[in-house]
Design a protein around this ligand. Structure first.
Ligand code: EPU
Length: 443
């Protein structure tokens, strides 16, 4: 069965929306915003549900394009994916018709590669396309493939596809990654749940989304434990059961809204947020001089009355968790355009994730891009509205932040990139008093 079939996978958004954001900046954002469930947890939780034939229920799932694409990829395999109400997905992977993830699906979303581990460990084989995703560096998948091979999988790469099979069950073992990898850790963990024996993953990524996935797997009956901060151990089991799980809050969306308040001189309360997951960003706020108050599930920020003269430059470096998330590099750079002095930026995770700063310069930011990993931001700059283009998800959200802070109108093309990972971003900003609308892709 697991052979490439004559097949053309297509995905069309149910209601395509106009591709351009029109923003009239310069208004302080005020009010309360609800943080959605985390994209980078929800996608893996959906994939984890194929480890059992029983029904799983996921709550607080963000209504974003990447989730819709993942649901479609699963449905195409023959998995039942129901969406009974907003934020709720129910998955039943009793019968799986195909063990094939086509290029069209993989090119839409890199996270499709997370299906390698669960399909291989449960069904013993899968053909999966080399993934696409954001253009932020080379982003290979060699570490995922090496981890599966370390567990006894035989994997060949031909014509853009990985042909993977596991004679018998996968075998638990020692998986030593040469560097920290989030999805590599998750793929190994998912595969190990149904493998024969004991698996040790080191260094295991420490991102909260990895622990959310581990919690779901335990609810499904798996034996997964973080035994040291950088070590995850899994004792394989024969069968997993259905479970219900609530997705944790999105810490990148949290950071994006906090920064939107900061750069517009606003005041905001974030609800259903997890402050403990944005510790590195809160430290940046402290250094820059913007007060942030954390409670159990809310975060308050008050930047009203602050002028750029009150904000201090701050050097940042992105790193695996608990360091400052690479996904928060771009919004944080917008913040630093408003601080007095020179801030040095070191993108420590992905190459080429600095490039988007060229677009930010079009709004009047003074930035030297030094190489693929380093930049210097000279602040403060009075940003001015401009016409810019989005190249990837986080850069897109950050251009919106810059346009909200800028004087005058902006046109930001490429809204679909942002829709991949932010739930109703334009509506959420409107509710906070922003002038932001979607329009067709013309000036
Ligand atoms: N890497 C390899 N080989 C591999 C895997 C990774 O060389 O097989 C390298 C990468 O090129 C990178 C580093 O390892 O330099 C770390 O990449 P990692 O594997 O940790 O990234 P990822 O798992 O592919 C996830 C998130 C990204 C987020 C990164 C880092 C998902 C679906 N994606 O990617 O999120 O930036 O971790 O935190 O979980 C986003 O949401 O916008 C996004 C890009």
């Amino acid at each position: 069965m697991a052979d490439a079939r004559p097949f053309h996978w297509e995905y069309h958004p149910e209601t395509p929306r106009p591709e351009t954001f029109r923003i009239e900046g310069g208004r302080p954002l005020r009010g309360t915003v609800n943080v959605s469930g985390a994209k980078n947890a929800a996608l893996k939780l959906l994939a984890a549900a194929v480890l059992t034939g029983e029904r799983c229920r996921l709550e607080n799932v963000p209504e974003i394009e990447d989730v819709r694409v993942m649901a479609e990829v699963l449905r195409d395999l023959g998995v039942v994916v129901d969406h009974p109400e907003t934020g709720v997905y129910e998955i039943a992977a009793g019968d799986v018709d195909w063990l094939f993830i086509p290029l069209e699906a993989a090119a839409k979303m890199r996270a499709s590669f997370i299906l390698l581990g669960p399909l291989l460990t449960r069904f013993g084989r899968v053909i999966i396309s080399n993934p696409g995703g954001d253009r932020i560096g080379r982003r290979p998948v060699n570490l995922h493939v090496d981890a599966m091979r370390a567990m006894g999988a035989e994997i060949e790469y031909r014509n853009g596809y990985y042909y993977a099979q596991a004679p018998g069950r996968l075998r638990g073992g020692e998986i030593r990654f040469p560097q920290v990898t989030v999805m590599g850790t998750e793929n190994a963990m998912l595969a190990a749940t149904l493998a024969d024996g004991h698996t040790v993953i080191r260094p295991a990524a420490q991102e909260p989304e990895v622990d959310d996935l581990a919690a779901f797997l335990c609810e499904m009956g798996a034996d997964v434990e973080r035994t040291y901060p950088d070590t995850i151990e899994v004792h394989g089991t024969r069968r997993l059961r259905g479970a219900t799980h609530r997705v944790l809050p999105d810490r990148i969306e949290t950071g994006t809204f906090l920064i939107s308040a900061a750069v517009t001189g606003g005041t905001m309360r974030l609800e259903n947020a997890a402050c403990k997951h944005v510790g590195a960003l809160v430290e940046v706020f402290e250094k820059v001089g913007i007060p942030v108050h954390c409670a159990d599930t809310t975060i308050d920020i008050d930047a009203s009355g602050l002028t750029p003269a009150d904000l201090r430059a701050c050097d940042i470096e992105t790193a695996p968790y608990p360091g400052l998330a690479t996904d928060l590099q771009s919004p944080t750079c917008v913040l630093l355009t408003q601080a007095s002095g020179t801030s040095r930026v070191h993108e420590g995770v992905f190459e080429d994730r600095i490039e988007w700063l060229g677009e930010l310069r079009k709004l009047g930011a003074r930035i030297d891009i030094e190489d693929t990993h380093h930049a210097a931001i000279h602040g403060p700059s009075q940003l001015r509205g401009a016409e810019v283009s989005i190249s990837d998800l986080r850069a897109g959200a950050s251009l919106i932040l810059a346009a909200l802070a800028a004087q005058g109108p902006s046109l930001i093309h490429g809204a679909h990139h942002v829709e991949r990972g932010y739930e109703n971003i334009d509506r959420k900003f409107q509710q906070l008093g922003a002038s932001i609308a979607r329009s067709a892709d013309t000036a």
